[in-house]
Ligand binder design. Structure first.
Ligand SMILES: Cc1cc2nc3c(=O)[nH]c(=O)nc-3n(C[C@H](O)[C@H](O)[C@H](O)COP(=O)(O)OP(=O)(O)OC[C@H]3O[C@@H](n4cnc5c(N)ncnc54)[C@H](O)[C@@H]3O)c2cc1C
Length: 393
């Protein structure tokens, strides 16, 4: 390890590794990049434990565009992430999303669908009879319609995407070190160094804070930046079903429960109700959540799911933005070379290609060159003006 880097990225999850990859791939950049990762096993990182969904079914035009780039990126992963001609296998399944609406939520779904289609997303709004024809396993009682991604939506294996970014970044000269960033030192409007638990103080030309739920807030606080980000626990349950149920897109029920196939099993999760969703780092699996909220809704909407068996479960934490459940990206007022990349609130895996690229553009050019992501800036936090995204789950 050197004692100075042009860019130090704190956090080697998908956000940090994507940023390092895009920086290192830019022909105009020949600086040194260091990624600092506290836990290279990633056992508690959502980057390794997410559901892996990539969608365009958002309400904010920027999020739709980010999702479009996300699916373009994974479809073309061999162009972006191959090493010596060997393409990574991200287990990309273009199985679509299916969001279901009640009569009350249908008008909003319609508005969102218009936004998505205007941005070029291939998403159909289906009436109940069409839903029944396409998904004969679904009970449409109380369902007024559903939005189904016909192409461009699906899921990857999160850990494979993370490792593909990381390996490719390393192949381009990025150094990844197993260490913990303790603090960032600031002088006036610039950050100057990062102090590591083992490696001591390392000078930095710029610092990217991509430390996720387990560190982004604490690192930002060391330079006087207060991020409205909390660590929230999310549990995922794996279950088997005796009957064959297919084809199943990544389905989101009106109750906020998501499920998708994983080989011959299924993954399911949902956020706990707001009153039982405190900031926490505890790792106990919330079995009551499955028994009391998830399973009854699954069984009601998918009759075959009345007879299922949970085979495993895990929990991890994601970076929940309490202002508006959207990412916070870019510099913070008063600091020229300190970049934040966090607050994804459950959709950061699919956003990692676009957000990493955007952060590299800010560092290299001082402005966004591809997608204009200024509305995700920290300024909205200071102004108390949420960038509301209706489709958060
Ligand atoms: C159950 C669940 C399901 C999800 N499903 C989806 C989905 O379907 N689609 C989707 O797009 N997103 C999904 N997400 C969200 C997604 O996983 C996250 O938004 C994304 O992984 C965030 O990546 P990150 O790199 O910003 O943060 P992280 O993955 O948290 O990575 C941050 C890294 O920083 C390291 N770190 C922290 N502090 C320090 C420090 N001081 N020094 C050094 N290293 C440090 C951590 O060890 C960690 O590896 C889901 C999340 C969960 C929990």
């Amino acid at each position: 390890m050197e004692d100075r880097y042009d860019v130090i990225v704190i956090g080697g999850g998908v956000s940090g590794c994507s940023t390092a990859f895009f920086l290192a791939s830019d022909p105009g950049f020949d600086g040194r990049i260091l990624v600092v990762e506290r836990d290279p096993t990633y056992q508690d990182a959502p980057s390794a434990r997410a559901t892996g969904g990539i969608r365009q079914q958002f309400s904010t035009p920027e999020n739709v565009r980010i999702g479009l780039f996300g699916s373009h990126f994974v479809r073309n992963a061999s162009d972006y992430l191959s090493i010596d001609g060997e393409a990574p296998d991200l287990s990309w399944r273009e199985g679509g999303y299916l969001l279901l609406a009640t009569p009350e939520s249908l008008p909003v779904m319609r508005e969102n669908n218009a936004v998505q289609r205007a941005e070029g997303a291939d998403i159909a709004l289906l009436a109940p009879p069409e839903l029944e024809r396409k998904f004969d396993w679904l009970n449409t009682d109380g369902i007024a319609g559903g939005c189904n991604g016909l192409s461009g939506e699906g899921w990857v294996d999160p850990y494979s995407l993370l490792q593909a970014f990381r390996r490719k970044a390393r192949s381009l000269g990025v150094e990844v070190v197993h260490d913990e960033a303790l603090r960032v030192a600031r002088s006036g409007s610039r950050v100057e160094s990062v102090t590591l638990a083992k490696g001591g103080e390392i000078e930095a030309g710029a610092v990217v804070n991509a430390a996720g739920a387990s560190g982004v807030k604490e690192i930002a606080a060391t330079v006087g930046v207060d991020l409205p980000i909390e660590s929230r626990k999310r549990c995922t349950f794996v279950f088997e079903c005796r009957e064959r149920v297919e084809p199943v897109p990544l389905t989101i029920l009106p109750e906020g429960i998501g499920f998708r196939p994983e080989g011959r099993t299924f993954l399911a999760n949902r956020a706990p109700p707001p009153e039982s969703d405190p900031p926490t780092r505890d790792t106990d699996i919330d079995h009551d959540l499955f028994e009391e909220l998830i399973w009854p809704a699954l069984a009601a909407r998918v009759p075959a799911f009345e007879a299922i068996k949970v085979t495993s479960a895990w929990c991890c934490h994601y970076d929940f933005n309490t202002l508006d459940e959207n990412a916070i990206v870019g510099t913070t007022p008063g600091l020229d070379n300190f970049y934040v990349l966090a607050g994804f609130s459950g959709h950061g895996l699919q956003q990692s290609p676009a957000m990493g690229r955007a952060t590299s553009e800010l560092i290299l050019h001082g402005e966004y060159r591809t997608l204009d992501l200024r509305r995700f800036g920290y300024e909205r936090v200071l102004a108390g003006e949420p960038l509301v995204e209706a489709n958060c789950f």
